[in-house]
Design a protein. Structure first.
Length: 479
C-alpha cells in the first residue's frame, strides 16, 4: 500500500473560511491516522483574486490550529515548488497540456468570446459549447499559431456514454458525458485553469487522497478523464458536505458570517474551533464531543462523514469554548485572560483573583470586558433590583440587611473570601436568614448587578475592605 499523502491547497484570496479550515483539518486527520504526509500547496493561478498578506493568513492559521504540514512552500520537500505560479514558471502545465494535444486527448481552440456567446444565445438554457476548432487541420492550426492568434487548450470529451467514479462520502457517481463541457486546460495567457493545475500537481506530488468540498463533484469526471488520458492512478476522493448558515444558505463571509480570524478576534480558542468544526459533518463512534487533535487523529473515519450540509451553530461553539477554558491549567488560563482584565480594570486589584472569579462564567474571551467593568465602579441601578424571589429579598428587606452586613464586614480582620463568607454565614444564622438572603443584597451593593461573577464574598475580597464598606454605605444611602 502506498503511503497516504493528502494536501490542503487553498487560494490566497483573503480570510480563512470555516469550510476551508475544515477541509484542511480532515485532510490532516486522514493523513496522520495512517502515519501519512500532509502537504500544503498554494494555488495562485487565478491572479485576479489574489490578496496581499493572504499567504501569511494561511500559514498563521495552520500554525495556530497545530496542523503542521510535512511539506510546503515554507518547509520545502521533495515535490516542490509548492506554489503553482512558481511551478508555472517551470513550464510544467504548458508541457502536460501540449502532451494531451499530441495524444489526441485535447485540442487548440482559437474561438473568441463572441463566438461562444453566439452559441450560448442560440442554445439557451441547454447550452453546450460545440468547438468548431476541433475540425481544424494540423496545417490550419499551425498557421494560426504562426500568426500569433490567441488560443486556449481544451479537453476532448466524447459526448457518448457515461462516466462514473467512486467517492467515499457520496458513493458511486455517474454522469452523462453529454453534460461534460470540454473544459479549458490552458488559458490564452499561458496560465493553467484551476482544475487542470489541480490534477497535474496532485499526480506529480503523489497525492493519494483528495479532500475537498462537494461543489467539486461535478468537475471530478473531467478530472478523471485527464488521469485516464495519461494512464495515471486516480486518487481516493472524499467530497465533504458544505458548512451551512441555515437550512438554505451556505456559510459565507459575504453574508457577514465569521471567518476563523473573526472567531479568534471574538475570543474563541483555536483548539475549540478545530474541535467544533471536526463535528460539522462527521459523527464520531463514541458518545462524546470534546477531542484533542491527537484524539481526533485516532478517532477519525471518513465513512462517518455525512452527505448533507452541517449547520454552523455559534451557540454550540460558544459552549464548547467555555468547556476548553474551564478545563485549562489554571496558570495557562490566567496568562490567557490577564491581558483582557488589564485592559479593563486599573491597578490595585489582584488580577488572579479576578480571573478566578470569572472562571466558571466566561465562555469567550471577549465577554470578559463587560463582565468585570463594575470593579472600577458599580453599575447604575434601580432599587427594584433588590427584589429577588430566590433570595426572598426586596428593597424593604435590603435596607434592614445591608447595615447588618456592613457592621459584620467591618469586624473581619483578614479580609479574604473565606473569612468574609464565614462571618456573613454566621450572622445570617444568628438573625434567622438564609445565606443567600444576606449575600444577594451585598452583591447588588458591590456590583450593581443581579448576576455577577464570583458572588458577593469573592467580589468583596477583590475590592478590598475599604472599597467594600464604601459601596455598602452608598447602597444604604440609595435605599
Amino acid at each position: 500500500m502506498n503511503k497516504v499523502r493528502t494536501r490542503f491547497a487553498p487560494s490566497p484570496t483573503g480570510y480563512m473560511h470555516i469550510g476551508n479550515l475544515r477541509t484542511a483539518l480532515y485532510a490532516y486527520l486522514i493523513a496522520k491516522k495512517d502515519d501519512g504526509d500532509f502537504i500544503l500547496r498554494i494555488e495562485d493561478t487565478d491572479q485576479g483574486r489574489l490578496v496581499e498578506g493572504a499567504v501569511d493568513i494561511i500559514y498563521n492559521t495552520l500554525k495556530q490550529c497545530n496542523l503542521k504540514h510535512d511539506e510546503g512552500p515554507d518547509v520545502g520537500g521533495n515535490y516542490g515548488p509548492y506554489v503553482q505560479s512558481e511551478r508555472m514558471k517551470q513550464g510544467i502545465y504548458h508541457e502536460y497540456a501540449h502532451k494531451l494535444v499530441e495524444m489526441g486527448k485535447a485540442h487548440y481552440c482559437f474561438c473568441k468570446e463572441e463566438d461562444i456567446q453566439k452559441q450560448r444565445e442560440e442554445q439557451g438554457d441547454s447550452f453546450y459549447f460545440v468547438d468548431p476548432c476541433k475540425n481544424l487541420t494540423k496545417e490550419e492550426i499551425q498557421q494560426k499559431i504562426d500568426n500569433n492568434e490567441e488560443y486556449v487548450i481544451r479537453l476532448n470529451v466524447d459526448p457518448v456514454g457515461t462516466t462514473s467514479f467512486e467517492d467515499e462520502v457520496y458513493g458511486t457517481i455517474t454522469v452523462d458525458n453529454k453534460t461534460l463541457d470540454e473544459m479549458v486546460l490552458l488559458k490564452s495567457d499561458g496560465f493553467p485553469t484551476y482544475n487542470f493545475a489541480n490534477v497535474i500537481d496532485d499526480h506529480l506530488m503523489n497525492i493519494t487522497d483528495v479532500v475537498r468540498g462537494n461543489e467539486y463533484l461535478s468537475s471530478t469526471p473531467k478530472y478523471n478523464l485527464i488521469y485516464e488520458a495519461f494512464g495515471w492512478d486516480i486518487p481516493r476522493y472524499i467530497h465533504c458536505p458544505p458548512v451551512m448558515k441555515d437550512e438554505h444558505q451556505k456559510l459565507s463571509k459575504r453574508n457577514g458570517d465569521a471567518s476563523f480570524q473573526d472567531l479568534l478576534a471574538k475570543g474563541y480558542l483555536p483548539e475549540a474551533i478545530l474541535n467544533y468544526i471536526a463535528l460539522l459533518g462527521w459523527a464520531p463512534e463514541e458518545e462524546r464531543e470534546i477531542y484533542s487533535i491527537d484524539e481526533l487523529c485516532k478517532a477519525f473515519n471518513v465513512k462517518r462523514i455525512g452527505s448533507t450540509g452541517a449547520i454552523f451553530d455559534i451557540e454550540k461553539l460558544t459552549w464548547m469554548n467555555g468547556v476548553y477554558l474551564r478545563s485549562m491549567d489554571m496558570d495557562k488560563y490566567y496568562e490567557l485572560v490577564k491581558p483582557y482584565i488589564e485592559e479593563v480594570i486599573g491597578t490595585g486589584f489582584d488580577y488572579r483573583l479576578v480571573a478566578n472569579a470569572i472562571h466558571d462564567r466566561v465562555n469567550i474571551l471577549s465577554e470578559i470586558k463587560d463582565m468585570i467593568t463594575f470593579f472600577n465602579k458599580a453599575d447604575e441601578y434601580s432599587n427594584d433590583i433588590y427584589t429577588n424571589k430566590k433570595a426572598k429579598t426586596d428593597p424593604e428587606l435590603a435596607i434592614v440587611i445591608l447595615p447588618i452586613v456592613r457592621e459584620t464586614l467591618s469586624q473581619v480582620e483578614t479580609f479574604n473570601n473565606e473569612n468574609i463568607f464565614n462571618a456573613l454565614a454566621e450572622k445570617a444564622k444568628e438573625c434567622g436568614y438564609k445565606n443567600i438572603t444576606m449575600m444577594y443584597p451585598l452583591q447588588v451593593a458591590l456590583s450593581g448587578r443581579a448576576v455577577a461573577p464570583g458572588g458577593a464574598t469573592a467580589i468583596a475580597e477583590i475590592l478590598g475592605k475599604d472599597e467594600t464598606l464604601k459601596r455598602v454605605d452608598e447602597a444604604i444611602s440609595r435605599l
